[in-house]
Design a binder for this molecule. Structure first.
Ligand SMILES: [Zn+2]
Length: 591
């Protein structure tokens, strides 16, 4: 049951999009629109556009778009209903009871409660005499009881049903426990605790809610299986969007944040006073994690293992961080140790020195690039210089580039002019490649790495005409009757546009003229983003009726063309039937 339209409209009216978005993104006026740096993808030139006129936004960089509800949903990491509720609360509007389907937010609430209860259960067990084995392990690793309590660490008993029984006694349902991923179901249909005989690290989000767990097996426990057992993605948790320790680090990272590899590194650095430390949750660093960090700090220090895997991780992370506007520096921990070991052995001051010796990303890359090259030979020198030119060319700042062009050309005794020309050449090539990619992204919008309308590559002419029809119809709902007479959803060639078209037609066929928010609840974020881009498209603004009729003709002609192509592969009988259909359609004036 959707929330009544009048309520949605009232909430939207009281939370105008300009004010709402301005509290998260700094916007500059550009004609009728406002632009700013997109909070959903990293960028240095603004492509995030707000249209106060019609209450929508769209980012030409990453293709995300929608209305004030979509924005709130994405920026606050909520579902649609939660976003509507939040905006309703902010403006003092009460949503009528039973006026909407809130089963998802109820489930999420239950999962949060189960997670909190589970964390408490593990922590109490750790602190009880039965949990001494785990407490001994943590204190042997140098953690104080104060730190253990601060992070809410715990231990899972060596039992198949201890947690299950406990949660049952608190009245939680099996289905909610399964949804929280704290229990599993065996092939025989019995339920069991997912975490057994492990030290437990709760993962807490920036709002202070327990969202997941990471369980570490005891060293030497051969029967334990995997070293770490982690919560899978649940309705309240996506590991690619969260960072371990961010709930604490967010208050201490105005200047910089330290990214390390393991949970234990975070905890022991935190204990030593480096409270601005976080770790990716057993994943390689993601765009979402980079965006989360860039909301809180100016600089990120990558402190990853010195081995080959660590180097690869630095490369990947710096690639992702490139467009976030964050300063990136890299620390290599000596002797191949992890930060936890290093600080225990060498103390806080030495660690501090290590941090202050963090090199810029470009320096780090230049240093590691030289590693396996013999720069005493001419061949080696040429090889290194072209690698170095690639690395310098990646840097967006002309002063930085100039500095390193000078240093490297001097160090290797080559002409500065020649080396500088090489760097420029690479930059031009890179620029062309990135422009090409950008344009392709606008023509074939991709969200979450998936192309929205894959058939557009096969039928570009038809797909563009289809988009135009939908776009004009959104702007001029009064054309609906004449359009629908000529073009039914099934006449559209690409399945994606056909579906969007049928959803747009639905309220129009009932004589309604909904605004864009009507569709927010009925489409996925990706589909709604796409619809918003059509809504704000320039296509249908001039000579709408002509443009519309031309586009319909293009679609129907394409349809015949495709049928003819298919017909060439048909048997004679089928071919005759197909032609007959076409002739009849022509007579009816459909084609
Ligand atoms: Zn964007």
């Amino acid at each position: 049951m959707p929330i009544p339209e009048e309520v949605i409209n009232e909430i939207k009216y009281r939370n105008d999009i300009e004010t709402t978005i301005s509290s998260y993104v700094s916007l500059k006026r550009r004609g009728k629109t406002l632009v700013g740096l997109c909070p959903f993808h990293g960028e240095k030139t603004p492509s995030f556009t707000v249209y106060p006129e019609n209450g929508s936004f769209y980012c030409f960089g990453c293709g995300v778009g929608g209305d004030v509800f979509t924005f709130t949903k994405l920026i606050e990491n909520l579902d649609y209903i939660e976003a509507v509720k939040l905006l309703a609360d902010r403006s003092g509007i009460t949503i009528p009871e039973n006026g909407y389907d809130d089963s998802m937010s109820k489930l999420k609430n239950n999962i949060y409660e189960i997670n909190r209860e589970t964390a408490k259960f593990f922590h109490d067990y750790l602190m009880s005499p039965d949990g001494k084995w785990a407490l001994d392990y943590l204190t042997q690793r140098g953690l104080s009881v104060k730190t253990i309590k601060h992070f809410g660490l715990g231990a899972a008993p060596d039992s198949w049903t201890a947690l299950l029984d406990h949660l049952k006694s608190k009245g939680y349902s099996i289905s909610d426990m399964l949804a929280a991923n704290v229990i599993g179901k065996s092939q025989r249909g019995t339920y069991y605790d997912r975490f057994r005989k492990r030290v437990m690290f709760p993962v807490i989000n920036v709002r202070g809610k327990v969202i997941a767990f990471s369980g570490r097996a005891m060293p030497g426990d051969d029967k334990a299986g995997a070293k770490y057992v982690n919560t899978a993605d649940t309705p309240v948790y996506k590991k690619s969007e969260n960072l371990f320790g961010m709930n604490f680090a967010k208050s201490f990272c105005d200047e910089q944040i330290i990214l390390v590899e393991g949970n234990m590194d975070v905890i022991s650095l935190h204990q030593a006073g480096f409270r601005n430390t976080v770790a990716a949750l057993g994943t390689s660093f993601t765009n979402e994690q980079a965006n989360l960090i860039s909301r809180y700090t100016k600089e990120i220090i990558l402190m990853l293992d010195a081995d080959a895997a660590g180097q690869k991780a630095v490369k990947r992370a710096s690639e992702i961080l490139k467009n976030t506007g964050l300063e990136v520096r890299v620390v290599v921990v000596p002797e191949g140790k992890d930060p936890d070991e290093y600080i225990k052995k060498n103390g806080k001051e030495r660690f501090e020195a290590l941090l202050s010796g963090a090199v810029s990303e470009i320096e780090y890359k230049l240093l590691t690039a030289v590693k396996d090259i013999d720069t005493n030979s001419d061949d080696g020198k040429v090889q290194y210089l072209s690698r170095a030119a690639e690395i310098i060319a990646e840097n967006g700042d002309i002063i930085t580039r100039d500095l390193y062009i000078g240093r490297i050309s001097e160090k290797y005794g080559i002409s500065r002019t020649a080396f500088s020309a090489k760097v420029d050449e690479i930059r031009k090539k890179n620029y062309r490649a990135s422009r090409k990619k950008e344009i392709s992204n606008i023509i074939h919008p991709k969200l979450s790495g998936k192309e929205l309308n894959p058939e557009k590559r096969k039928y570009p002419t038809a797909a563009i005409a289809e988009e135009t029809v939908i776009s004009v119809l959104l702007l001029h709902p009064d054309f609906f009757d004449s359009v629908y007479e000529k073009l039914k959803p099934e006449d559209m060639i690409t399945a994606f546009n056909s579906r969007i078209y049928s959803i747009v037609c639905e309220p129009l066929s009932e004589g309604k003229t909904p605004d864009i928010s009507y569709f927010g609840e009925r489409l996925s974020t990706e589909e709604f983003s796409f619809l918003t881009s059509l809504y704000n498209s320039e296509k249908g603004r001039k000579n709408s009726l002509t443009v519309l009729n031309d586009s319909i003709k293009v679609i129907l002609d394409e349809k015949i063309r495709i049928k003819m192509l298919d017909a060439e592969n048909l048997s004679d009988d089928n071919w005759a039937e197909c032609m007959q259909n076409l002739i009849e359609n022509k007579k009816k004036g459909k084609v």
